[in-house]
Structures are given as C-alpha cells and as structure tokens.
Design a protein around this ligand. Sequence first.
Ligand SMILES: [Zn+2]
Length: 450
Amino acid sequence: MVDPVPSVSEQVDALMPALITDLAALIGIPSVAFPDFPAEPVHRMADAVVDLLQRSGAPARLLDIPGGYPAVWAEIPAPAGAPTVLLYAHYDVQPAPPEQGWDTEPFVASTGEDGRIYGRGAADDKSGLVVHAGTLRALGSEPPVGLKILIEGEEETDSHLDGFVRDNPEMFSCDAIVVADMGNLEVGRPALTTALRGVVVCTVTVRTLDFPVHSGEFGGAAPDALLALIRMLAGLHDDAGDTVVPGLTGFDWSGGDLDEGVYRRTAGMLPDAQLVGTGSLASRLWSRPSATVIGMDVPSVAHGSNVLIPEARAKISLRIAPGADPEAEMAALVRYLESAVPWGARLTVSDTGVGWPFSADMNAPAVRAAEAGMAEAFGRPTETIGCGGSIPLVNLLQRAAPEAGVILWGAEDMAASRIHASNESVDPREIRDLIVAQVLTLRRLADENY
Ligand SMILES: [Zn+2]
C-alpha cells in the first residue's frame, strides 16, 4: 500500500500557486463590514467567495442574513453512511487605517522577503477561505464526507449570523464543525485550539454628591465619586496583577505554552514593562479570569477644574475561564463591587452582557481525527492551546449540532501574523499544511482506518 501522506501533500503542493493567486485577489477587496464603511466591497467580496467555492467544486450561493451582509453557503450531500462536516471561515476583515502604521498598502497583497504574504485579511480570515477552497480542490468531485460550507460576512462586527443560526438550527446539523479562523503558536508547530474564554461586561456608576462642589472649600471631607471608583477598580487585581475577585473560577492550563519573548514582542510591550499575573502565560491568557477597565466617563484633562466630582462611570470587561458559568461570574463581580464601594457611595451596575466560554470535547471522534491529521500533516505532535478571546458563534453552532466535535485551527500563526494590527501577514506554508491536515482529517472521519 502506498503511504497516503506524500500523495495528499504532493497534490496540495500542486494546488498552491493557484490558491495564492486567489488569496492575493481576495486581499485586494477591502471587505470591512463595519457600519461606517462602504457596502459595495463587502458585497463584491461575497460574490468573489461564491466564485472561489464554485471554482473549487462546491455549489455555493449567497445566503441572505436578515439585517446584515450575506453569508456564503454550499452543501454537498454525504455519501451513504458518511458523516457531514461543517466548514466555517469569514470573509469580512478589520479596517486598516493609515495611523496603524502600515509598511505596505493594506489592500494590495505583497510578498515579503520572508516569503509571507502581507495585507489586511491575509491571515484573518482570508487564509481560511483558501484553506477551505484548497481542501475542496484536493478532495475532488466526490468528497468522502458530506460538506456544509458557511462563510460569514460579519465576524469582525455585530454579527447577524448568530441570530440566523439560533433561528435555523436544523440547517447547521452536522457531525463535525471545522472553524478555520485560529492559528498555531508559531509556523510549523501544529496546534488545536481547545478552549475559548468567555466574557462578561458591565457599566459601574458611582455617585457621591448631588452636584460638583469646589474642591478647596469641600475637599477633604466630602467624598469624590471618581476617587471612590478608582479605589474599587484598583481592588480587581492584587499587587502581582492577578485578577482576585472572590468567587471567579479558573484553572492551570496543561497544554502548550507561549514563548515569553514572542509574547512580549507581539503584545508590543515596552522593554521595561513587566508581565502582570502569575503562573504560566497559557494559564494567564487562556484558563484564568482577567478583568480590564475598557472605558471611563470622567472629566477630560483639558476640562478638569477644581471641583469634587459627583458621579463617575467605568466599563469593566471580565474574561472568564473555559467551563465557567457567565451568570455566576457576573454575580461574583457584582458582589465584589458592592463589597468594595467606599464611603457610602451609591453604586449602580448596568448594561450587563455575557458571552459564554467554550471547551472542545477532546474525546469527540472529529477532534481526535483532527489531532492525528494535523500531526501527520505537520510531521510533529499536535499541541492543545487556548484562545483568550471569545467567539459566540462557536457556542451557537455547537448548540445547533450538540453531538458534533468542534475543530478550531487555522493559518493565523500567533508569532507573526499580527491580525487586527498593521502589517498583517500569513505564511503560505501554514496554508499548505492546514489544507493537508483538513484533507487527512476528513478522510479519517469517513474511514477511521485511513
Ligand atoms: Zn477572524
């Protein structure tokens, strides 16, 4: 019997030049779906994705998403007895304003001396589009599994797809879900993302006085709302920088860890800035809670005058650990705020919102197949990593297909891709190896002896 790995690998090598040409054309379409940006390029991009998938052998069409930009949808029925796999990616991108400091034109693909392809969306997530297109081309006209392909147009902005999935769960029933919108820690180091943190947000308002009063005449005895708020917020973390709100849950990450140097560089940390928190970087970022103050309504420096401030507001964003219950974490945060409010200040907590965390079932056949397929494609063991961010759609798809294994991976390597930032790029080797991994995984799912 011929070893199947070289054949898939050679096949994908032959597909790469055309796929990279496709990727370059897709990068050239500024498909920013934010409300203030022009709609025409977003629609042009949706059409380009339909065309890309059709040229790759899938009967793709636009899928109308009420209130939002269309998604792209294709369905290839499963051969008798074979499972159905849903492939997801998104075609919208982050904006790329000049003040980010780009070295190249963001919406013109260019290849660097390092062999990487630069441009907004090169990694996030137009790489995912060509990974799926390459997978279809490599599988040929009769894929061994049924396929449902879902390409979203509003991942980076307020998504209307979430509601659509909630309203039409039967359309998304499947045996495995593949989300190609993640990345390895470094190029060539295969990683499955197995956990996503959730998030809870709230607005905290503190009031101490009916109106602002002279800080010379009254300061020293009457309580200032801004100082009260600052004291409460300061207690969210201990001196080391760990989030210490009583009742929050978390655990130590047992899979792969990040390289500290790479992390410092990608975070843009100043040379003397210290890391905050304790424990492995992976635990701090993926499996423990972290609270951030993301906005405050206070007088500006320019308008600061000598008064005691009667009311101040802050918006708190709390990332929560995989497995945590967002309502319980929110309750713990509110309990902390109530216990910490000083000087009899009046506290109001409003505008609360929660996003569920996610944990992949590592024993699901699809996840095991992906772990093996990825290791085979990259030629080294697959590590399990987390993601500090939250992807609400993953939970909704899992709810629509409760039995499906969820595979989260992608070509957006964390060390160099700079997604959402200036000089975003992708390494074509990651695209290639990901396609090989997807093909091997789908074959394995169709035939566990493959
Ligand atoms: Zn993305």
